[in-house]
Design a protein around this ligand. Structure first.
Ligand code: FES
Length: 107
């Protein structure tokens, strides 16, 4: 199962293994990791699953959709070049070991 490391805004790290096909948002919310809300349930409609993807994994991710791109303009914390929505990133063997940093705020 792909491993994902979540680093909270205060620097706390938590690594979890996700069943293939789960999203990084699901992996956080179902494992009690604070810093990702996922209010819309993963339908790319709330931007409360904003994460900053470690640059070493940026080119391993599927390209973002137009909807994700638009939603990333609605995040509470600043959008950066490595910003993605956690509900749009699926755990696959290709991203095993991925590291994401969680923003200061989600809303
Ligand atoms: S969970 Fe709502 S946009 Fe990702």
């Amino acid at each position: 199962m792909p491993k994902v490391t979540y680093i909270s805004h205060d620097g706390a790290e938590r690594q979890v293994e996700l069943p293939a096909g789960w999203t990084l948002m699901q992996g956080a919310t179902l494992n009690g990791i604070d810093g990702i809300e996922g209010e819309c349930g993963g339908s790319c409609g709330c931007a409360t699953c904003h994460v900053y993807v470690d640059e070493r994994f940026a080119d391993k991710l599927a390209p973002m959709s137009e909807v994700e791109d638009e939603m990333l303009d609605c995040t509470e914390s600043p959008r950066e070049a490595n910003s993605r929505l956690g509900c749009q990133i699926k755990a696959t063997p290709e991203i095993d070991g991925i590291i994401v940093r969680l923003p200061e705020a989600q809303s």
